[in-house]
Write a new protein. Structure first.
Length: 178
């Protein structure tokens, strides 16, 4: 076994990525305070090609130094938009036909592994919240539902960048299987 060289990875150019088919999902970051987490989410959104990222509230946005450091160029490939109000973004996305799901531990949340993504034929928006406070309650109230990542440890919490990776991988895996 040997590692593949960069030239063997068949990476898309920025232009090829922008024009390629995207996963029918957008990511909404609701008051994410760590610019490093934001940059990591950009990188994940490039790896599992999402339509766009909405950066809301106190969430930093490019060209913030720490975002650029962890995004490794993904801010140039993934479409993004900043809006101070997460609720405005949720309303806008609903008008565009998206089903809105918060990634949150909440009453009635659906475990990610129980979500039947292969049977759902609509566009999704997934909202990731503040590292300590989670998704704002008023935003949660505006969602169509909540998705929870099942966990078995003592912390019952994952870093937001890790959560985004887990959730987007599950959506991507199901999308590719269609």
């Amino acid at each position: 076994m040997r590692k593949l060289a960069n030239s063997e990875l068949e990476r898309k150019s920025t232009e090829e990525f922008r024009s390629s088919e995207k996963l029918p999902i957008v990511v909404v970051l609701d008051n994410v305070r760590s610019a490093y987490n934001v940059g990591s989410v950009f990188r994940t959104a490039d790896a599992f090609p999402v339509e766009a990222i909405y950066l809301c509230g106190i969430t930093g946005y490019p060209p913030h130094k720490e975002i650029l450091k962890t995004a490794l160029g993904a801010t140039e490939t993934v479409k993004w938009k900043y809006n101070k109000s997460t609720l405005e973004v949720v309303s806008e996305l609903k008008e565009l036909g998206y089903k809105i799901y918060a990634i949150e531990q909440a009453e009635g949340s659906v475990p990610l592994n129980n979500l039947k993504l292969e049977t759902l034929n609509f566009k999704f928006a997934v909202i990731f919240g503040h590292e300590v406070e989670g998704v704002q309650q008023d935003v949660l109230n505006a969602c169509d539902g909540c998705i929870e990542i099942p966990q078995g440890g003592t912390k019952h919490s994952l870093n937001i960048a890790v959560s985004a990776g887990v959730v987007l991988w599950e959506f991507f895996r199901n999308w590719k299987a269609k």
